[in-house]
Write a protein that binds this ligand. Structure first.
Ligand code: ADP
Ligand code: MG
Length: 458
């Protein structure tokens, strides 16, 4: 970002920079006044030696010098005490009062040195060194806006000139001092402005840099966040893929084995039915049991087979609400035997490419699991709704929820926690949903579980 393009931002910083500069001025005054107070004590000591040596009799300038040192001592003591009592912790705490405090101190130093040089020193040795030192010191130590600098130097210079005119009778020396003092004041003024400008620009750059760093940090943070998100997404997809892989393998096995097992089973069942008629009633019970068990085995095989259809599933445009409604009688019967309450909430959803048989199977399996999860008296809820890009079928129960280790294995064929479970219900569901290009999302807590099945809108 170029310095000039960002002029509008610069204006926002202006106020903050002024605050910081005044803050620095204020803190400097704190130390400066203490140093000057200590200096005034030394000067008073020198005054004392001068007196002892009899210089005070030679010129009354020494006496006035002593007074000026007394004033210096008192004022700097006052400033030291005040500014050590009122410590401003940050630049934000700077007020107009602090600004005034600092400016008055500078004015005091300049005026005192102007008076010393223009009046007292003219009585002693006719030099203006003190005023020169005072002017440079203020220029170097403080950072003021140009108009404040002009005011400070202007006032002190006027005082200096008046006093010099009164106390220096030698015209040549007076003109020499006049020229020198003007030069000193002008140089100090420019020096002060240059330093102020440099500091100001330095801070402006710092502000820009800080902003830039904050901005970049933010960018990095968002990049990092989305990366983490992506990694998580990928991991999830990998797990999903592994699950599907297992399903496919099982499916292929199922397709080839089930056929081979079913045929002999049908034969056995036929002979059993035939033999049953020839037996007495006590043995018939045994035959019934055998046939029943064979039927059970057969139904498990059917379910197993449907994990992966070798025949490609036929999809037609259907409304999922219609499928739910037509499956409802079956579901209702299931719910009633378990003494559970069934609620259905069907929202308007668009048609989808679906296979009726498979969606029915999906709904039945989910509902059955939900009912089995509740030990009677719970509410089972079937809900359809659509989002921007998907249609959802949700089955919620009020069971105890699913434990983490079970959650990780959901959909794995033959994984079951039930004594008489087959562990095939969800495997079938996952197979069906994957053939429909959908996804299953499970929300579970100790007060219930919701299986959300999402189908993409084509
Ligand atoms: P099965 O019902 O024969 O056990 P599933 O594949 O249908 O086989 O379910 C596998 C396992 O997932 C269940 O044994 C059960 O532990 C868990 N499960 C499935 N649905 C739910 C549910 N709604 N609430 C609690 N646990 C569930
Ligand atoms: Mg089940």
């Amino acid at each position: 970002m170029g310095f000039f393009q960002s002029q509008h931002i610069t204006e926002n910083y202006e106020y903050a920079i002024e605050q910081i500069l005044t803050y620095e001025n204020y803190n400097r005054t704190r130390k400066f006044s203490v140093i000057l107070f200590l200096a005034s004590i030394i000067l008073l000591f020198v005054d004392h030696i001068n007196k002892v040596e009899g210089l005070w009799i030679i010129s009354d300038g020494y006496k006035y010098l002593f007074y000026s040192h007394v004033i210096l001592g008192f004022v700097t003591l006052f400033y030291s005490l005040v500014s050590y009592r009122i410590i401003v912790p940050t630049a934000k705490g700077i007020t107009r009062y602090h600004k005034f405090h600092v400016i008055v101190f500078s004015l005091f130093i300049l005026t005192l040195t102007a008076v010393t040089s223009g009046w007292i020193d003219q009585k002693i040795h006719g030099q203006i060194t003190v005023y020169v030192i005072g002017s440079f010191m203020i220029a170097v130590m403080y950072s003021y806006k140009p108009r404040i600098t002009a005011l400070l130097y202007g006032l002190s210079f006027v005082a200096f000139m008046i006093l010099l005119t009164i106390s220096q009778k030698d015209l040549v020396i007076r003109h020499g001092h006049f020229v020198n003092a003007s030069l000193v004041v002008v140089i100090s003024y420019f020096l002060s402005n240059v330093l102020h400008k440099l500091k100001h620009q330095d801070m402006l750059h710092k502000c820009h840099l800080e902003d830039l760093v904050t901005e970049r940090t933010k960018e990095l943070q968002t990049a990092n966040d989305s990366l983490t998100q992506e990694i998580l997404e990928r991991k999830r997809a990998e797990i999903e893929m592994a699950k599907l892989d297992r399903l496919n393998l099982i499916g292929e096995m199922a397709a080839s084995i089930s056929h081979e097992v079913r045929n002999p089973m049908t034969t056995v069942k036929g002979f059993l039915q035939l033999l049953r008629h020839k037996q007495n009633s006590r043995d018939r019970e045994h035959f019934d049991l055998m046939i029943e068990e064979l039927d059970r085995a057969n139904s498990i095989l059917s379910e197993f087979l449907s994990i992966s259809r070798t025949k490609s599933t036929i999809f037609e445009s259907h409304n999922i609400n219609d499928i739910v409604t037509s499956t409802l009688p079956l579901v209702q019967a299931d719910a009633q035997t378990n003494d559970n309450l069934l609620t259905v909430e069907l929202n308007n959803v668009p048609n989808l490419q679906l296979n009726i048989q498979e969606i029915r199977q999906l709904l039945l399996n989910l509902v059955r699991n939900g009912l089995e999860a509740m030990s009677g008296g719970g509410q089972l809820r079937i809900r359809t709704f659509s989002t921007n890009s998907e249609v959802a079928l949700a089955v919620s129960d009020e069971g105890k929820g699913i434990e983490q280790f079970v959650l990780e294995k959901l959909g794995t064929p033959f994984f079951t926690t039930k004594e008489k479970g087959t562990g095939l219900g969800l495997a079938v569901c996952y197979g069906i949903v994957s053939r429909h290009n959908g996804r299953i999302n499970v929300e579970t807590s100790p007060i219930g579980t919701t299986f959300n099945v999402y189908f993409e809108l084509s």
